[in-house]
Design a protein around this ligand. Structure first.
Ligand code: CAO
Length: 415
């Protein structure tokens, strides 16, 4: 079966996490992703957080599957000529260098356009245009400047960053959408274009409910679904909301059996309005169904702490999986807090291809995430990450270089 992006050739100058997530997604959809790395060095993550002495790290292998690796020194005069030839024949160039690096290499937008006006040039940067546009940015910086950190954590503690890599992988997702959209537009216009995904913008896009709440707060001075209500005062900016549910359905994380020794023996419980009567019956508080202090969602808001404390008596008598089974029978939305160990061993995630085991020539078997987006006509087969320069000769041959020319490029230090 063919793949959605069959025939799309991508020149992949990405490194670390944000850009590689984007190009790995495109590779999963069938694009030919040629990862360009410096000989002898490669993507810095190949050697970061190594768990095996001489094997590419899991950091690298889990972000670069389904790609080919070509070594090329783009600051070497002959390397520059190779890059020019590749630009003429590729569809997309993706990069997440520090601001200005592509220009410093001699590949300005104007130069690239003169070589191939159909090329889409896609970039991740920390910030969009403005006072910080020249700054380098990593994941947690993006979470801090995009509104995630100030709104995550508990009210009486400092800002907290999330384990979800919304700055890097989140921006990679945004960029991938920008690229396929630009490819679609090119089918009408015949022209390439620049695609920019700034990490600050990507994080803010994922935090839009907090920008919503900022405006609600400014208008009304209070947000009744936040745990600060009704006992603490609100300031002038959206506060940290602990584990309160962001939407109109109140939720909280509750202890389950074993919480004293297991840090993940908890469940997220949503006191959804349509099933309020079932919740009351289940926890033995049937009188709350008609009690005017508890009967309606707005009446319940000032008592959420007490309500969840009562529900917690019920959850603490069960394991998180027992609680989940019973709650689901009653159609009450909930979610056990799953550890990474539990997720790694989850049979259904493996069966669906969301967690995949692949074989690597140096490190042996390793687990990686598979494509979280399933297309019925474009199935994803996850393959291992490439060794540094594994495909240099193969790729150069496809771009018309003879064996003699490849030997001479190697002698010059260009590849
Ligand atoms: N041949 C020759 N030179 C190459 C090359 C190649 N194949 N690949 C990279 N280089 C050069 C670049 O041209 C650059 O040279 P100059 O500094 O002379 O312009 C140099 O290598 C370093 O590239 P860099 O600036 O991107 O790398 P860094 O380690 O200094 O910064 C990072 C890393 C991530 C902070 C920066 O790239 C960045 O801010 N990127 C944008 C935001 C981003 O994606 N951040 C997420 C990273 S994941 O947490």
């Amino acid at each position: 079966m063919g793949k959605a992006l069959d025939g799309v050739r991508i020149l992949d100058f990405t490194h670390v996490q944000s850009g590689p997530t984007c190009t790995q997604l495109l590779a999963w959809f069938g694009a030919d992703v040629i990862k360009v790395e410096r000989a002898g060095a490669g993507d810095i993550t190949r050697e970061q957080l190594r768990d095996l002495p001489d094997a590419d790290s899991l950091y690298f292998t889990m972000l670069n599957g389904n790609k080919r690796s070509l070594t090329l020194d783009t600051k070497n005069p002959q390397g520059k000529r190779v890059l020019e030839r590749m630009i003429r024949e590729c569809d997309v160039l993706v990069e997440n260098f520090a601001p200005g690096a592509l220009d410093r290499m001699g590949f300005s937008w104007e130069h690239i356009q003169s070589l191939n006006p159909r090329l889409i040039v896609a970039s991740v940067k920390g910030f969009g245009p403005g006072p910080y546009e020249d700054c380098k940015v990593y994941e947690n910086v993006a979470q801090c400047v995009g509104g995630a950190a100030s709104t995550t954590g508990f009210d009486d503690g400092p800002p907290v960053v999330s384990g979800a890599q919304i700055g890097d992988s989140g921006t990679g997702l945004h960029l991938a959408l920008g690229i396929v959209t630009a490819l679609f537009q090119r089918t009408h216009t015949g022209r390439g274009q620049k695609v920019l995904a700034a990490m600050q913008d990507g994080v803010l896009n994922l935090c839009r409910v907090k920008l919503r709440d900022q405006q609600r707060l400014e208008r009304t001075g209070v947000m009744k679904e936040y745990p600060q209500f009704p006992n603490s005062a609100f300031g002038d900016a959206v506060p940290r909301a602990g584990n309160a549910s962001g939407g109109g359905q109140p939720g909280w994380i509750l202890k389950c059996k074993g919480w004293e020794t297991d840090p993940n023996a908890y469940i997220y419980f949503i006191a959804q309005a349509p099933v309020w009567d079932r919740i009351c019956k289940l926890i033995g508080r049937e009188e709350w169904i008609d009690d005017p202090h508890f009967a309606t969602p707005s009446a319940r808001l000032p008592h959420l702490k007490d309500i969840f404390a009562e529900i917690e008596h019920w959850t603490m008598a069960r394991t998180k999986f027992e609680a989940m089974a019973v709650l689901n029978r009653h159609d009450i939305p909930c979610g056990p807090i799953l550890s990474m160990k539990e997720i790694a061993n989850d049979a259904s995630l493996r069966a669906s291809g969301t967690i995949v085991e692949v074989e690597h020539p140096v490190r042996g078997k390793y687990l990686t995430v598979g494509n979280p987006i399933k297309l019925s006509d474009s199935p994803t087969e996850v393959t291992r990450s490439p060794m540094l320069g594994e495909h240099t000769d193969e790729v150069l041959a496809e771009f018309g270089y003879s064996e003699t020319e490849i030997r001479s490029l190697r002698a010059s230090g260009a590849i």
